[in-house]
Write a protein that binds this ligand. Structure first.
Ligand code: SIN
Length: 172
């Protein structure tokens, strides 16, 4: 596809823009939920002790709110590298307040090599509290994502409950 495209961000892309973009807008996609079910061996953990970051899980009837960025096609080269740990580009309808456009989202599909899946909240919090990688502490990923969602006026119980649990037990 030629020309600028909309990239839907729902995790670190919402709050960490190390890529150029033309425009950013609040947006949502339907049929997916955000979950801390993806392992991070390269950013928020290491190969022997991966951290936990978000991916999208198919959930008919559900809606995932995030932030969409209009980017030039060559920016995908950098993003593919950043999202290399199990994420793949996926075509999706990106919804704005007043319109809908075909865009792209990075998803770590169920069963990819870095996929961790569900676990009790306390276990996920303990893993996140323990882990760190080249991009920093796993705790900071959770806190920054929760902050960015609040700034967007988005409520996500999964993220907020995990944040509360991680901060309760974060002794650093
Ligand atoms: C995203 O933010 O859209 C993808 C997942 C991540 O990089 O945290």
């Amino acid at each position: 596809m030629n020309g600028p495209q909309w990239l839907f961000g729902y995790g670190s892309l919402i709050w960490k823009q190390d890529f150029p973009f033309i425009e950013a807008r609040p947006a949502f996609i339907d049929g997916w939920v955000r979950r801390f079910w993806q392992g991070s061996h390269d950013h928020r953990g290491v190969p022997d002790d991966p951290g936990r970051v978000v991916t999208l899980i198919e959930a008919p009837g559900e809606r995932c709110y995030g932030r969409a960025f209009l980017i030039e096609p060559d920016v995908f080269e950098h993003l593919d590298d950043r999202e290399v740990n199990g994420y793949e580009r996926h075509r999706v309808d990106v919804h704005f307040d007043d319109s809908q456009l075909l865009g792209v989202v990075y998803i770590g599909h169920v069963g990819n090599f870095a996929f961790l899946g569900d676990a009790p909240l306390e276990d996920m919090a303990a893993q996140i509290r323990r882990c760190a990688g080249p991009s920093g502490r796993n705790v900071d990923y959770v806190v920054e994502l929760a902050r960015a969602l609040r700034d967007l006026g988005v409520t996500d119980p999964h993220v907020f409950e995990l944040e509360a649990r991680v901060l309760q037990t974060d002794s650093c």
